[in-house]
Design a binder for this molecule. Sequence first.
Ligand SMILES: Cc1ncc(C[n+]2csc(CCOP(=O)(O)OP(=O)(O)O)c2C)c(N)n1
Ligand SMILES: [Mg+2]
Length: 406
Amino acid sequence: MTNPEDTPRIVKYAMGVALSGAPGRCLNGVDPDASMYKAAESLMKLSETCHMPIFDTTKCKISFFPSQFALNGGASSALALLPHVGIQRPDLILLLGARTGMFLGGRSGAIIPDKDCKLVQVDVDGAEIGRTLPVDLGAICDVTQFAAGLNRHFETASFQGSVDTKWVDDVLGLKSLPSPYEQQAEVQPSGRLHPYHALKHLLTFVPKESIIILDGGEAPLWAGEMISTCSPSAIVKSSGGLGFLGNGFGYALGAAVACPDQTVINLHGDGSAGFHFMDLDTYKRHNLNIMTIVVNNYCWGMSSNGQDLIYGTKTPTRPVSHLSPVTDYSLVAKALGNASAKIQSIDDMSPAFVKLLDQSGPTCIELVVDDKPIHPITVSMVGQTDEPGMVVVPYYDNVPRAYYKS
Ligand SMILES: Cc1ncc(C[n+]2csc(CCOP(=O)(O)OP(=O)(O)O)c2C)c(N)n1
Ligand SMILES: [Mg+2]
């Protein structure tokens, strides 16, 4: 808003958007956490009644399903594993506010099967229903109301559906499968840490009950797999429906001001860190309890890895997706008044945390890792095809080629 006289018109417009549009943080003073917990309660009740597991997407969210909730299946990306571990794929998926696109495997069928599976989509925005995948049933509705309505229905009419409880148990067991990376060496042939091992060890040092903000490309995906090891009080995934980068700095700032007694972990790739690293200056000026972690693989890893998968040796140079091999984030952080440490080996971790957890105010860890292996989500997002009617988009969703009459 640039003109004060626009205030009534814009506030009226904002109220309209807040009351009728997609849910999210808004201007109107409604406590979004209260409404999210209400949504979680209704969804968990519905899930228990129908004995249907709940999976979440990587979209922007504050985790509000307790990890102890028996039907919490964890990340929906695990569903891509089903054919590989000999478990049948789902025959019904309810998309409750979850939007199709890159975070649900695009049109690849990897997460949402492209056959023998009914898809029901519920969204407040009708334009989302069937946007990228054909749905069998769509409902334009607020998810909390949808779940509450079904719950009311099941109070008088008992649930009649048949559920294969063995299948549900098998699917819920996916999240406890040992990681395939466990067996791989902690140090890559480059001499840099394997990102899985680096983040697994690092997270064991993060104080319990921290608020964790995840930003970046592959870095937050590696961290996300093991995040429960530090029992965070909240996880804020900041990549949103379009997968944007850099906004985690603002989220960390807000969380630290709102919850001064908690540690806020502001985790980034080196790419996303570059967007707003100067916010460490603000963190220092307000002496906020934020630990920024930069997972430095010296590249826009998700981008260069996606390009490696598609263009491979055909066009092997990636000048745009590489970042400077000399940038030292721990030094920059120190210059901005944030106590800092650089970690290049597992042995560096304990002394770094001993030094930094003793400090009051903001701190920064630069964790140097390799850009390989490629995270499996990047692999699942790449749909290489030689089909002439499709434009391959390295790590998003391929799009049909525009048709022009000749
Ligand atoms: C604002 C914005 N710019 C560019 C992108 C495209 N993008 C998605 S992931 C990614 C690479 C992120 O690199 P980094 O943060 O270093 O994480 P890494 O994958 O290396 O762990 C890029 C450029 C984006 N999603 N948002
Ligand atoms: Mg990177």
